[in-house]
Each structure stands twice: as C-alpha cells, then as structure tokens.
Design a protein around this ligand. Structure first.
Ligand code: BES
Ligand code: ZN
Ligand code: ZN
Length: 502
C-alpha cells in the first residue's frame, strides 16, 4: 500500500504527485524549489497568478507537460501556517484524496515534507497521510443489487521524505492506517441495519476480533446475565425475541492486571423506545444506537494492532429495545447488578439502564478507570449540536487525559456539569433508589448523572455521542452515515494513558 523513499524521484511516472502548500509562499523552498526549477519557475508564476491556490482545502490540479515524469501535480492548500495543526492537515488531505479518487487515479505519490510545519512534524504528517487515506476513501457498500461494486480507489501511495528516517515514517504510516481502519470498522458496524446486526452478531464480531488479536473474550448469554442479577440490562431486553449478550474483551499489555482501563459502549442494536415509544420520525435511524459499542470495538481493533503497554477491559451490553407482551413498562421497578433499585419512568431511557450493569460488570473485571461511550440522549444534541460530543466526569484529571486525546484525534468534546442538584433528581423516587428519567430539563446531564451512580467512586468519564456518531452530509473525512466518532480518541487515550496517583 505505502512505499517510502528518502529521495524524490522526478523520473518516476506517478499518475499524480500530491503537494501541500502554505498560504503566501513568497518563494518555493526546499523540495518545492527543486520542483519549480524543473518547471523553469512556472509554478511560482502560477501561484502568483492564482492558478495554484494555497487557501485552506483548495485543490489545484496542474499538468506536468513532461517537465517531470509524474503526469499531474495536485496542490492542496494548507492555509496559514500559524493556524495549521493535525486536524487541519487531515481535512485538507481528505479533500485531496477525494479529488484524486474523483479523477480515478489508482496510484500517486505524496511529498511528505510539504505537509509539515512547526506544529506538525514529519511523523505526525505520515500518520495523517495514511489515516486520512483510509477515512476519506471509506465506503459502505450497502445492499443494492446493482451498483454495489466498490468504487475504484488509490491502491498505492509512494511517500517521499528527505527529512525523516524511513523506518520512522513507515511506523507512523502503519499507526495511522490502523487508526483509520479501526474507525472504518466502527462506521460499518453502525451502518449495518438492526435486522443484520443483532446482539448475537455483535458478539460474533467481538469473538472474531478476539481470535485475530489474541484478546481474552467472554460472552455472557441470557442465563448467565440472569445469574449475575443484571436486572437493568435484562429489563431492556425483556420485550425482545433476540437474547441479550454481555460482551467482554480483555487486552493485557502489562505484566500485572493493574491500572485497568474499562471501556464501556452502549450496544442497543435498535431502539424503538419500548412502551414509551418513539415517534415515526424519531424511530428512523435507531439502528445506530450501538455507536458507543462500535467505537469501543473499533478502538479494540486499533489496540490489537498496536499493542500498547496498557491493560484494557471493554464491556458491551447488547440488545434491542422492543415492544411485546413481555416488555418492561413505565412504573416497573427493577434491580440492577449493583443492588440499586430503579423505578422505570421512561422505557426510552434504556441506554443508562444497560450501561448501569455494564459499568458494574467492568468494575467486577478490575476496571480502575472507566470511560463509557453512548448514543445516549437527544438532549446532548440540543445542548451541543452535531459536531461536539458531550462529556461528563467525576474525575477532572482523568477527563483531562481524555480531552487531550480527543483534541489530538480531531474529535471535539465539551464538558457538561454534574452538580449535586442533578444527582439528587436521579435519586428522587418514592419506591426505588433511583429513577431513570427525572424530566426533560438537562436530559444529557441527568442521563450522565444516572450512570455516575454506578461508578461508586471509580474515576469515570461519560461521552454522549448521540449528535456526533452519524452525519447526514458527506464530509472531508468520509461519506454521510456513521462517523466512527470516539474510536480514535479512545485508542489514543489508551495509548497515552498515565495511571493517576490515588
Ligand atoms: N437512543 C436514544 C438517544 C438518541 C437520540 C440517539 C437521537 C441518537 C439520536 C436514547 O435511548 C433515548 O431515547 N433518549 C431519550 C431519553 C429520554 C426518554 C429521557 C431522549 O434523549 O429523548
Ligand atoms: Zn431510547
Ligand atoms: Zn437508545
């Protein structure tokens, strides 16, 4: 897929040569200067005349007229060097790959050194080159009889860099590709409809991951879930003909099973709302209610590829939320694995119920730090919109590490508060310890507060991705549909994690 070379070869007959350009290049320097010499200064002229634009994300295609063996040069505008960062590089590269793909190129070369600045070094740029390649060329094939042939895409990329060690670049390209592929796997899981991805299917997928990467795997079936007393998880499954699965994957990268990170993902394969049924407009798209589980599985794939020195247990409660004579109902009182009783006020607030038992079970498996990811509330969309994941925490230091990973991954998040008054609203029930829906004010916050009740002092960050897990529009880093959001943040967080002194 990727070939890396230290010396740029202007005699190589690449179909395309991709070059990054910062705004206001007074004069080409370095490798671009050499290239311009081949063109007898005409590239500089084209920049001056505005035919080649360095404006952020502008793509300028220039024929080489035989001055070099590569047929065409694709200049991608990187904007102002001062504003440049990894996220902007990824977006610009995504746009460039899409343009290149549109021109049906099957091979191209990239001048890596042209994509670097003080804020992004060669190795980070190499990561962006491969990650963005995977993300931008992602396609969900769907199920049409016709036209489900995969689109032609670039199959080989030569990366030229004079400034970096070849082996280092290769390693960064491998890491970037793992991040891109893991995210794409998460996207595919989310894009698959509920009839084709049941809890059983998700468990089988996890088993395949475990076999590939040598993870320890545990799939709890309904009987085992009953034995463990996971009454909150079971209540959500009660109306379904599909049995629930509690999916556990363990990755041990340290000698001792300590400093264990617990990743918990909401795995509702379809959310009808149950008896608190959704509207006919609101129910469409609810196949994506396992976006949290997908992010966790995507991150586990990256972890399996890169094998960081960390310990991770991931826990995914998976079921659909259906209606039938057996289904749970508003007013029901259920008992969670932790022993806490819950008054059900809204069967559509099912995510927090399955996550309650999953959090307890992650602790049972030794998780000392918890991150849960869930398409949990429409409220987070009202609060933060469609581009920002909502975060809540009981531990600021842990949150800082998650936030840092999210910024580096280009997956923005924003913290919402968990004040005592909102915790009290969750604890307000005449008949049980907790209620699952204390009213519509601050939906996202009370949902987070509810899950927080089950962490019982374990440092924890909750990520509500209801707004960010899918997008209705094609974007620089992929098509409309699932985004695979938080896959990269989780994987990066795990890779960089530093245990917190207790
Ligand atoms: N799965 C939904 C949240 C959701 C909404 C995800 C939109 C993706 C897009 C969740 O289970 C839900 O129904 N939440 C309710 C909670 C309410 C009933 C307390 C909500 O946010 O409206
Ligand atoms: Zn729901
Ligand atoms: Zn849901």
């Amino acid at each position: 897929m990727f070939e890396v070379k230290n010396e740029i070869d202007f005699t190589a007959a690449h179909e395309g040569l991709l070059i990054g350009l910062f705004d206001k290049p007074e004069k080409f320097s370095g490798i671009l200067e050499k290239l311009d010499e081949k063109f007898e200064g005409q590239l500089t002229e084209l920049v001056k005349a505005g035919d080649i634009s360095a404006k952020f994300k502008n793509i300028s295609k220039v024929h080489s007229f035989g001055k070099i063996a590569a047929k065409r040069i694709w200049f991608v505008g990187l904007g102002k060097e001062k504003e440049f960062n990894f996220e902007r590089l990824s977006e610009a590269l995504g746009k460039a790959y899409k343009a290149i793909k549109g021109s049906k190129l099957q091979e191209c070369a990239v001048l890596l050194d042209s994509l670097t600045a003080d804020s992004v070094d060669g190795l980070e740029a190499a990561h962006a080159v491969s990650e963005t390649y995977a993300l931008a060329s992602y396609q969900f094939r769907g199920y049409k009889q016709k036209s489900n042939e995969p689109e032609k895409r670039v199959e080989k990329i030569t990366v030229y860099s004079e400034k970096n060690d070849l082996e280092d670049i290769k390693a960064s390209l491998t890491v970037g590709l793992a991040f891109g592929n893991g995210t794409n796997s998460a996207r595919t899981l989310v894009n698959i409809p509920g009839n084709l991805l049941t809890a059983k299917d998700m468990a089988e997928y996890a088993q395949q991951l475990a076999a590939k990467y040598d993870f320890e795997v545990e799939i709890l079936d309904k009987e085992e879930i009953e034995k463990l007393g996971m009454g909150a998880f079971l209540a959500v499954n009660q109306g379904s003909t599909e049995p629930p699965k509690m999916i556990v994957l363990k990755y041990q990268g340290k000698e001792q099973w300590q400093d264990v990170i617990g990743l918990v993902g909401k795995g509702i394969t379809f959310d009808t709302g149950g008896y608190s049924i959704k509207t006919k407009a609101g129910i469409v798209g609810m196949k994506t209610d396992m976006g949290g589980a997908a992010a966790v599985l995507g991150a586990m794939e990256i972890i399996g590829e890169l094998k960081p020195e960390q310990n991770v247990v991931s826990v995914i409660p998976s079921t659909d939320n259906m209606i039938s004579g057996n289904a749970f109902k508003p007013d029901d009182v259920i008992t969670s694995m932790s022993g806490k009783t819950i008054e059900v006020l809204n069967t559509d607030a099912e995510g927090r119920l399955v996550l309650a038992d999953a959090v307890t079970y992650a602790k049972h498996h030794g998780a000392e730090y918890l991150i849960d990811v869930a398409t949990l509330t429409g409220g987070v969309i009202t609060a933060l919109g469609l581009h920002t994941t909502g975060a809540m925490t009981n531990h600021e230091t842990l949150y800082e590490q998650v936030l840092e990973a999210s910024m580096e991954a280009g997956e923005p998040m924003w913290q919402l508060p968990l004040f005592e008054k909102d915790k009290e609203r969750v604890r307000n029930s005449k008949v049980a310890d907790l209620n699952n829906s204390p009213g519509s004010e601050g939906h996202a916050i009370v949902a987070g507060a509810f899950i927080g009740e089950f962490t019982e002092g374990t440092p924890w960050v909750h990520l509500d991705i209801a707004g960010t897990s899918t997008t209705s529009r094609e974007h620089d880093l992929g098509p409309a549909g699932a985004t695979g959001v938080m896959t990269r943040t989780l994987a990066l967080f795990v890779e960089r994690f530093e245990p917190i002194e207790k």
